[in-house]
Design a protein. Structure first.
Lengths: 442, 172
């Protein structure tokens, strides 16, 4: 590690001290450095300073995370706790000037702050109550405002829906305010009564909870496909395949339950040009020039119970017309051509790869696809994102919402056991394939 | 060729730390996730990978650099699109306290003030990579890793404290 044997009388450089504290020196080097530090007051101070730098830098880096410090790697936390690396444990040096976290970091949620937040909430409630009283003289409890989502949703679609919900009196002013907020929040989404709740619901357990055996088998199949694809690409087979792989293959691979509309769609392979048409070739679009026509891509997954957000595969991406190599908006359809609540952004990347970002209220997710050669292979993830429509509807400011969420998190954290770092990926990774298809009739 | 079984094992072992590294590096979870996935897609095409962890972090680091080199105009357009999309979406940002948000912003500013190599070395070390792995991933000599890390840590602390003082002065 050190360029040359260390002279016990020579002061080690700062890099060597850090390497020592990081336990990156050989035993002989570490012993030589430790021997010097034992007898050198100046170097003891430098070691202490280095410990402080290591701990301080680690804390700054951990502040970049969304997750609390307790989910950081165990070794990093122990390093923080020890104020340095283990290598120095056997050496008696001056106590390190560890850069302590600021006190305010430990006072994020204080009783005082909680009281202020509660006071603001009560004040808002009272204000809204008075406003409402001007329209409707019937007195109601301010607590009604705490759960506007239920009031907004039809009883039949409420998670707790039932006769009792339906029987509750409704508030025109409140409903109007909530509807306005929801409209703003949901943008251009079309709310159709028959589609179910207007707010996101948790996906079925199969999205994230699946038996390891089933998940493993699915992953193995997908990985096998991806490996085969890579082999074929390397062998130059893909180029030949590209000319004959078209919608026919995609439709043939659909399950028997797939939409007749898609199965009956005209095949690109049967088109007069016998090639990729601008209208249908969504995946090859970036090679066709600046202007790119609209087109569709069939996304499928070999994994059991594969879903993207709350929608099972296969799905069809209906890409808007756009410009090559620029992100394009896409609607997500069922193979039968039914519109779903999902939307996506198709972004061509380096090396002919593509990333697809999920746009669905209450979910986050993405799909990464490798280079196109008739069919793209890749991975998909999606997970429920915390939906806070209740708070969106009633909170007057982002700051207050943040305070309330912080309070809620604090409560949950107190009730829940200490989280441990996840052993595996945080969300299930699905293998996906993507093929050009003719757009189903909507 | 990396076998599917091996790739699955790689994914299980390294996806979480790689994603954390990229999120810290980029400050954007979605972008980090895309680059992490691209990294594993590239692993699939490798004949062999000698040092898996350092290879994955090196490829991810290179992808981040490639991304940064893309044209400013394209990035700007993409950002505008993303901002517009996020404005249309009702998905709230990760719930955090204001203090934590401020702390994160300061940390982000401070980390951005580091040189690219120092920053990568520091973030890789924070993910538990050894000196040999960092040297391999960043094409450094083994002997210079300690120097790189010590410089990165010192500059990060100095930048952070400087930013903290500026903020305190603004509040005062």
């Amino acid at each position: 590690m050190i360029d040359r044997p260390m002279d016990p009388t020579e002061h080690p450089d700062e890099g060597s001290i850090h390497a020592w504290l990081d336990d990156a020196l050989s035993a002989a080097e570490a012993e030589a450095l430790a021997a010097h530090v034992r007898t050198c007051a100046e170097c003891q101070a430098r070691v202490a300073e280095a410990r402080g730098l290591i701990a301080g830098a680690s804390r700054i880096v951990s502040a970049l995370d969304d997750s609390p410090a307790s989910t950081r790697p165990g070794w990093a936390q122990s390093a923080d706790a020890a104020g340095g690396a283990s290598a120095a444990g056997s050496v008696s040096v001056a106590s390190a000037p560890v850069v302590e976290g600021s006190m305010w970091r430990w006072l994020r949620v204080t009783p005082g702050r909680a009281a202020i937040a509660a006071t603001i909430l009560v004040a808002i409630g009272i204000t809204l109550t008075y406003d409402r009283a001007a329209v409707d003289s019937t007195p109601r409890s301010a607590s009604v405002f705490i759960n506007p989502q239920k009031a907004d949703m039809p009883a039949a679609t409420s998670p707790e829906g039932g006769a009792s919900e339906a029987a509750k009196p409704r508030d025109a002013l409140l409903d109007s305010a909530i509807a306005k907020n929801v409209t703003i929040a949901q943008g251009r989404r079309v709310l159709e009564p028959a589609r179910g709740p207007s707010v996101p619901v948790a996906p079925p357990p199969t999205t994230t909870l699946q038996s390891p055996a089933a998940a493993g088998a699915g992953e193995a199949v997908a990985l096998g496909r991806a490996a085969e694809h890579a082999q074929r690409e390397a062998a130059g087979v893909a180029a030949a395949d590209r000319s004959r792989t078209a919608i026919t293959g995609a439709v043939a691979s659909l399950p028997a339950t797939a939409s007749p509309a898609l199965r009956g769609a005209p095949s690109v392979a049967n088109a007069p040009s016998q090639g990729q048409t601008p209208a249908n070739d969504a995946m090859m679009a970036k090679r066709t020039g600046d202007a790119v026509a609209a087109g569709c891509v069939l996304l499928d997954s070999p994994d059991a119970n594969a879903r993207w957000a709350d929608r099972p595969f296969p799905l069809v991406l209906a890409l808007d017309a756009g410009v090559a190599e620029q992100p394009r908006q896409a609607a997500v359809l069922t193979p039968a051509g039914e519109t779903t609540e999902l939307r996506a952004i198709w972004s061509p990347g380096a090396g002919d790869s593509v990333s697809i970002r999920l746009r669905r209220i209450g979910y986050s997710g993405s799909i990464a696809l490798g280079p196109e050669s008739g069919v793209r292979s890749g991975f998909a993830t999606s997970a429920v994102a915390g939906s806070e429509l209740e708070q969106v509807a009633v909170s007057p400011s982002a700051a207050l919402r943040a305070e309330r969420r912080a309070d809620a998190r604090k409560t949950e954290a107190a009730a829940a056991p200490e989280p441990t770092p996840a052993a595996g990926p945080p969300v299930r990774q699905l293998r996906v394939t993507a093929r050009n298809v003719a757009c189903p009739a909507r | 060729m990396v076998t599917p079984d091996r790739l699955a094992a790689l994914f299980k072992a390294y996806h979480t730390p790689l994603l954390r590294f990229l999120t810290r590096r980029l400050g954007d979870r979605d972008e980090a996730e895309e680059i992490a996935q691209e990294t594993f897609v590239r692993a699939l095409k490798q004949e062999t990978i000698a040092s898996e962890r350092s290879w994955l972090f090196a490829v991810a680091s290179n992808l981040v650099r490639d991304e940064a080199r893309r044209g400013a105009r394209e990035r700007k357009r993409h950002d505008l699109l993303r901002v517009r999309e996020e404005a249309e979406s009702s998905v709230e940002p990760e719930p955090t306290s204001m203090e934590r948000e401020e702390d994160r912003a300061l940390a982000r500013q401070a980390i951005e003030m580091l040189g690219e190599r120092d920053r990568d070395a520091l973030l890789m070390r924070e993910e538990g990579l050894g000196y040999e792995e960092i040297a391999e991933a960043l094409d450094l000599s083994l002997a210079s890793v300690g120097t790189t890390l010590s410089r990165a840590r010192r500059r990060l602390m100095e930048a952070y404290e400087s930013l903290q003082q500026e903020r305190s002065a603004e509040r005062a």
